[in-house]
Design a protein around this ligand. Sequence first.
Ligand SMILES: CC(=O)N[C@H]1[C@@H](OP(=O)(O)OP(=O)(O)OC[C@H]2O[C@@H](n3ccc(=O)[nH]c3=O)[C@H](O)[C@@H]2O)O[C@H](CO)[C@@H](O)[C@@H]1O[C@H](C)C(=O)N[C@@H](C)C(=O)N[C@H](CCC(=O)O)C(=O)O
Ligand SMILES: Nc1ncnc2c1ncn2[C@@H]1O[C@H](COP(=O)(O)OP(=O)(O)OP(=O)(O)O)[C@@H](O)[C@H]1O
Length: 522
Amino acid sequence: MTSPYGRMRPAHPTVHGVVDLARTFALRWAGPEQPDVVVTGVTHASSEVEPGDLFVGLDGFRVHGAAYAPAAVAAGAVAVLTDAQGADRCGDLDVPVLVADDPRALLGDLAAWVHGHPATELVTVGITGTNGKTTTSYFVDAALRAVHATTAVLGTVELRIGEEAIESPRTTVEAPALHALLRLARERDAGAVTMEVSSHALALGRVHGLTFDVVGFTNLQRDHLDFHGDMEGYFADKARLFAPAQARRGVVVVDDEWGRRLVAQSPVPVESVSTHVGSPQAAGADWAVTAATIGLDGVGSTFTLRGPDGVEHAAASPLPGLVNVSNAALAIVLAHRAGVPLDAAIAAVGTAHAIPGRMERVVERGGGLPLALVDYAHTPDALVLALEAVRPITPGRLVLVFGSDGDRDQGKRPIMGQIAARLADVLVVTDENPRSEDPAAIRAQILAGARAERPDGTDIHEATSRADAIRAALALADDKDTIIITGKGHEPTQEIAGVFHRYNDRDVLLAAVGTPARGAGE
Ligand SMILES: CC(=O)N[C@H]1[C@@H](OP(=O)(O)OP(=O)(O)OC[C@H]2O[C@@H](n3ccc(=O)[nH]c3=O)[C@H](O)[C@@H]2O)O[C@H](CO)[C@@H](O)[C@@H]1O[C@H](C)C(=O)N[C@@H](C)C(=O)N[C@H](CCC(=O)O)C(=O)O
Ligand SMILES: Nc1ncnc2c1ncn2[C@@H]1O[C@H](COP(=O)(O)OP(=O)(O)OP(=O)(O)O)[C@@H](O)[C@H]1O
C-alpha cells in the first residue's frame, strides 16, 4: 500500500477539447481562446498534476490554489480553471486560463465529465455518519462481492480496486481523485463501489458529480465541531448526502434522534433500521433487530433481523460488540437495496474478514499474555461502546491505552478522560496525533477529566510516547486482563509537529510481544 493516490489514474483517459469544456461549464476565458488544447485529466493539487491535466486553482482555507498554477503548468497541466481573484494571481502562463465564479462548486461535475461519468456504470453505495462508516463499508463490500467479481472500496483505511490497495489520504478523497478512481475501477471491470462519505466531504462537495444508488446513515455523535460549528451544522452537512442529486434512495439507522430527523426530512426515499433490541423505534421501523446475543468469546454476535414484510432472518456480525450488530444490520439492508439477494447479503456479512484497526484482535489471551485489541474509537460515544464491548470478555482488569488528537475538538478531551476512568480499570494516557499542539498539554486535559472521575488517581498512568504506553500496558497486564488501544486504529503514521512518522499500533504491539509485525522490513 504505497503508491500515491493522486496517481491512481485511468490508463485510457477520455480526451476533451478545452473549448468543449468551457462551453459545457459556461467558463469564461481570461485570455485569448486556445482551441487546440485538449484535456485528459483534472486535479486541484499541484503535487498531483499529470501531463494533460486541467489544474483547478481553488480558494482554500489557507492559501489560494491559483498561486500554484505555474508549478502545475511546469508539471504538465495544459489549462487552468480558477475564480476571478485566482486569475489575477496566475501570472503569465502560456496555457489557457478559464474562470468561473465558484470553481469548487463545479469541480465534482467537471471531474465526472472529464472521466466520462464512470459512476453511472457502477453500482454505488455511500455511507455517512460519525462512527461505523468504515466497518459498515467493509460489510457492504463483502456482500457486494457475492454478486460482483470485482469491487472497489474507498475510505479511511485504504483505496482498493479489486485486490490492489493503496493508503488513503483521508476518509473521502477530493472529487478529481474520486472520479479518476471510479474510471480506473471500470477499466478493471469493477461492478460495484462502496465508499465512506465524511461530513467534510459533503460540506466541500467532494462527492458532487456522483448520484449513489443507495446511501446509508449510521449515527451522529459529537465530533468535528471545530469544522461544523455545532451539532446542527454537523447534521445539516451529513444530511446533504440524502439530496436527490447525491442519492436515489437511502437506509437510515434510527437509534438516535438524528437518524429519526433524517428519515422525517429526507427528500429521497428512505427505509429505517432500528438496531437496539427492545427500542421504542422498532415497531415503526422498516427493519428491526429483534434479538441479539453478544458472543462472550469476543468474536462476534448473532441477531435476528425483521424485514418490512415481517419475516425474521437469522443474521450475524463477525466483530464483537453491539455496535457491530448495528453496522451489520445496516450493511445487510444497504447491500440488499444495491442488488444483493437478502440471504446472500446476510451470509456474506456474517463471515466478513477482520477490518484493520476495528476491534482488531492482535494478541490472543494465553501463555501469560493478555488479550490485546486495537480499535479506532476516537469520540466519547465510540469510547464508551468500545469499552462496554470488551468488558464482558475480560475476566481480569481492563487496561486502556489512549490519547486525543491535536488541532481537533478540544472539548472532548476531558470527557474522554472521564469515560476512561469510569469504564476501564487501568489507564495509560498518551499521545494520538498531537499535530501542532503541545502533546503534554493535550494529555493534561485528558488527565484532568480522568482525575475528576477518580480523584485518588489510582491506576492512572501517563506515557510520553505511544510505543512506551503500549509496552507499559503489557508490563501491567496479565493473562486475565484485556488491553484495548484506542484512537488510531489502522493509521500507518503519527503526526507530530507537522511530521508524519511511520507508526502503527498493531505493529508496535506485535513487536512488544516479540512477534514480527505485518509488512515489517518493507
Ligand atoms: C478542512 C479541510 O477539509 N480542508 C480541505 C481544504 O483545504 P484548504 O482549503 O485548507 O486548502 P489550502 O491549503 O488552503 O489550499 C488551497 C488549494 O491550493 C492547493 N495547493 C496548495 C498547496 C500546494 O502546494 N499546491 C496546491 O495546489 C490545494 O490542493 C487546494 O486546492 O481543501 C483541500 C483540497 O482542496 C483539502 O485537501 C483539505 O483537506 C485537508 C487536507 C484535511 O485534512 N481535511 C480533513 C479535516 C478531512 O477532510 N477530514 C475528513 C473527515 C475525517 C473524519 O471523519 O475523521 C475526511 O474526509 O478525511
Ligand atoms: N455503529 C457504531 N456506533 C458507535 N460507534 C461505533 C459504531 N461502529 C463502530 N464504532 C466505533 O467507532 C470506531 C470507528 O469505527 P469505524 O472506523 O467503522 O467508523 P468511521 O465512521 O469510519 O470512523 P472515521 O470516519 O472516524 O474513520 C470503531 O473503532 C468503534 O469503536
